[in-house]
Design a protein around this ligand. Sequence first.
Ligand SMILES: *Cc1c(COP(=O)(O)O)cnc(C)c1O
Ligand code: SF4
Length: 346
Amino acid sequence: MQGWQNILKNSITRAEDLPVAFGPIDEGVALASQVYPMRINPYYLSLIRQKGDPLWKQAVPCLEELRDDVCFEDPLNEENLSPVPNLIHKYPDRVLFLVCSQCAMYCRFCTRKRKVGTSRMVITRESLAAGIAYIENHPEIRDVLISGGDPLLLSDEQLDEILTAVRRIPTVEIIRIGTRVPCTLPMRVTVRLAGMLKKFHPLYINTHFNHPAEITPEAAKACGRLAGAGIPLSCQTVLLRGVNDDPLTMRELMQKLLRIRVRPYYLFQADMTRGTNHFRTPVALGKEIMRSLIGHTSGLAVPTYALDAPGGGGKIPLLPDYVREEGEQLVFANYRGMTCFYDNSC
Ligand SMILES: *Cc1c(COP(=O)(O)O)cnc(C)c1O
Ligand code: SF4
């Protein structure tokens, strides 16, 4: 067994196994962990400083998960947009292909909370083959996003096999992998893994960090290895109440991502996923955070703030509004609020 698999094996999956150093644990932890899976591996656990901090909130179940009567099991209507199980075809030229039901940690805010890490998510050789066949039979698909769960929880051999099958399809131009492993279990990113992934270029990795305290030397090493293998890295961050919902935390996160060679890609407004209502924030706050980034720091550190439309409408960008008047003359504010003009009569 490889090192990372041993680490994973020692994960906390029950409330009573949380270290006593955190103090008394409220009963919601046990109750919620019976409904939605809990997995906190020793690495991520070591980053939690105290009960209720931003990393705790992402990892440790709580009673609010069971008190959500606002949100939906499958807010993005993924099940109805799946022509074959575990493949979501929502956009014209790309698909989301779910190849693993496990993750290195079960994030409390997960969009696929209804099934990730449970027996309700069934991935088999047959379902994988059906996904590959679907992509083969739909030449309009030029971009395949491999996700889950977390694809990097598969063994190198399993992942190699899937990537080989996808890469063999001539109409597939690019492959993307969505993985939270560089953040939640960076030791999974071995030299061997990076060497294997290199065979599948053009390959992109979208990772997922939500808080500056997740940018550790270990995470930097994992990202450095992937970037060193020529894989462009980007990040999909979720805007989460009590985790990163303030301009200073967000700016620090975005700047630190660039230092570990990860380009911020999306900042997602939290989905309306049942059991995650307590993480949601009003869109006005997201726009304010975007306003605090745009112009004030490197454009590279500015993600696209987007809302994945409930019902499966797709990702819609949400921008703070700089335009005040759009007529013969465009009147707009710059990032500092100064009024600017542009002749628009052309
Ligand atoms: C997010 C998503 C994609 C990829 O969207 P991009 O904007 O190209 O990153 C593709 N398919 C599904 C179902 C998605 O949810
Ligand atoms: S790593 Fe991604 S898929 Fe897995 S629990 Fe977290 S958000 Fe969900």
